[in-house]
Design a protein around this ligand. Structure first.
Ligand code: 9MR
Ligand code: ZN
Length: 534
């Protein structure tokens, strides 16, 4: 038998449930043990039954009534026990900070100095000239921004999406955003915005003269497991796409609104860039897809529908311009059958929702508010129903266990949180937090999917610097992609037999890019969710 808990712990007022997997009936007693004085509280055991996500027979032990702060573990009469965890008001705080600090370590085109990066320091990377794919022209270097993931590519759509998560985090939870230890700290600007600006300055360089935006800048193929400064292959600026252009317009418009208070001239630059991208898309109403040209093997971030990106763009641009035609376009798209709660790299309709739902009163017509509010509430209701039937109390559809499932876990949590905000019904927020418990170790592998946080934290991410920096452990605050019902990499294929239940399809191995990579947008959506609880 195994007893699974959130390995960081629980806040005093929260619902607190341990999940126990056991092939044998649980006939003995189960207790919550206070580590400081060994006092025990006996816990009732509730049989859940068999769980299809894990293939296990599960039981629950509810200790919500214990509210005293301290360190605890749960023990079965035969001495099997859970990992130790805390009950504490600020149980998520350090993880929340590290999740944001991660972006500093992803910076490209500058040296990470020992002062700020400690053992994870590295020299300036990816600063050579740029070959533009469309006309084979050599351009000056396009530097800056964050490495996307375990590879060193810089891609516009996921970059904009990560910025979206972080900028809405700031907008919705400014008072919770921590002071970090980054080179800009102390300049009077909140550090989360300092960090985002590093990406925004790069993003602005990705815009072509006609207002359109290049899809990505990467080498032709992924480099080996070397430090970023050793990756000397030619940087290639790939063609534009309408998704990249629309995401760019959306997030620069959002940023223009936020940075106005701190730096008028930067905000002006962002606004002009947003409008140029929008104007390009007005002139090009048809989708412009990006596909990797033959012989080019870095990430594709291919997407077959740009209506959700345009919807997000028009929502944010309308908040900036108030122009009737932008509102008309938004209204048209909002009435179409487009997902309105997704916050991922390929589907961004949920950002249009955040933009509309959290705007000052009367910014948008009531009907539009209702469209997005209904979409979020409907999604949240579906999720509550799923959570009710789930042994690990996950509010998440089975189909969500794809490459990067932890992004879906967090996206579902966010839908629940938005619904909680819209209705005042705290059952939604409580369900959202159950997804955090899953992420932090209450899962069949007893694995925390955030490095450095939780006794069972994964520590072999598919991340090039981690694999080549000679430091034993990766920096804390990295989110793993998570279990994927279908695995694509050799180590995972060898270790995980086909047909394994989804929650077990994860391998903490540096080679497992389809279950154990890291990515900026997996971190950033986790930041957004953790902000609500930190
Ligand atoms: O996160 C992406 C995932 O949803 C896709 O299924 C996968 C395959 O196309 O690509 C993932 O994105 C990767 C990107 O293409 C390149 N950088 C690393 C990203 C994370 O694995
Ligand atoms: Zn770099």
């Amino acid at each position: 038998m195994k007893i699974h808990v959130n390995q960081l712990g629980y806040r005093p007022g929260d619902q607190k449930i341990a999940v126990i997997a056991s092939d044998e009936p649980l006939n003995g007693s189960l207790a919550l043990v206070n580590e400081s004085d060994s006092t025990k509280v006996e816990l009732g055991i509730q049989a859940f039954g068999s769980d299809s996500y894990s293939g296990e027979t599960l039981y629950w032990a509810d200790f919500s009534h214990v509210k005293d702060e301290g360190r605890y573990f749960i023990e079965y009469y035969d001495c099997s026990r859970s990992d130790s965890f805390s009950i504490s008001g600020d149980v998520y705080r350090k993880a929340f900070e590290d999740l944001i600090h991660m972006f500093y370590f992803m910076r490209c085109g500058c040296a990470l100095t020992e002062k700020y990066a400690g053992p994870y320091q590295h020299k300036k990377c990816h600063s050579g000239s740029t070959l533009r794919y469309s006309d084979n022209k050599m351009l000056p270097p396009i530097t800056g921004g964050w490495h996307d993931a375990g590879d060193y590519g810089r891609y516009t759509t996921p970059g904009a999406v990560a910025l979206g998560h972080l900028l809405y985090t700031y907008e919705l939870f400014a008072d919770k955003c921590p002071t970090l230890f980054i080179p800009e700290s102390g300049n009077g600007v909140p550090d989360i915005l300092n960090e985002c600006r590093y990406e925004l300055e790069w993003l602005l360089k990705m815009q072509a003269e006609d207002g359109s935006v290049y899809h990505k800048i990467t080498t032709e193929r992924f480099c080996g497991f070397i430090m970023p400064e050793e990756d000397k292959d030619q940087m290639i600026l790939y063609p534009i796409s309408s998704m990249a252009t629309a995401d760019f317009a959306a997030v620069t418009a959002l940023a223009a609104r936020i940075y106005k208070k701190f730096d008028c001239s930067f905000a002006g630059k962002l606004k002009a860039a947003a409008l140029a991208a929008r104007d390009f898309l007005y002139a090009h109403p048809d989708i412009i897809e990006f596909r990797n040209p033959p012989g080019n093997w870095t990430g594709g971030y291919w997407d077959k529908d740009d209506r959700d990106e345009r919807m997000w763009m028009f929502a944010e641009i309308f908040r900036l311009t108030g122009e009737a035609r932008d509102l008309a376009e938004l209204t048209k798209l909002a009435s179409a059958d487009i997902n309105k709660t997704a916050l991922g790299w390929g589907q961004v309709g949920g950002f249009a929702g955040l933009s509309v739902l959290f705007a000052p009163a009367e910014s948008f017509p009531d009907e539009l508010f209702t469209v997005f509010s209904d979409a979020y509430r409907k999604h949240a209701d579906e999720l509550l129903e799923l959570a009710d039937k789930n042994g690990y109390r996950l509010a998440m559809p089975l189909e969500g266990f794809v490459w990067g499932s932890n992004m879906v876990v967090m996206n579902c949590a966010m839908s629940l949180l938005v619904a909680s905000f819209l209705t005042g019904n705290t059952a939604y927020a409580s369900a959202a937090e159950e997804n955090i418990h899953y992420l932090l170790g209450r899962n069949p592998l007893n694995r925390s999917y955030i490095t450095g946080h939780g006794a069972g934290a994964f520590h072999n991410p598919h991340n090039r610097p981690t694999a080549s920096d000679n430091v034993e452990y990766p920096y804390p605050g990295l989110v793993s992609g998570g279990p994927s019902a279908r695995v694509y990499d050799e180590p995972a294929k060898a270790a995980i037999p086909e047909g394994t239940p989804p929650l077990l399809c994860h391998l903490d191995d540096v080679g497992s890019f389809s279950t154990n990579e890291i990515a900026i947008y997996w971190n950033s959506i986790t930041v957004l969710v953790f902000a609500c609880f930190s």
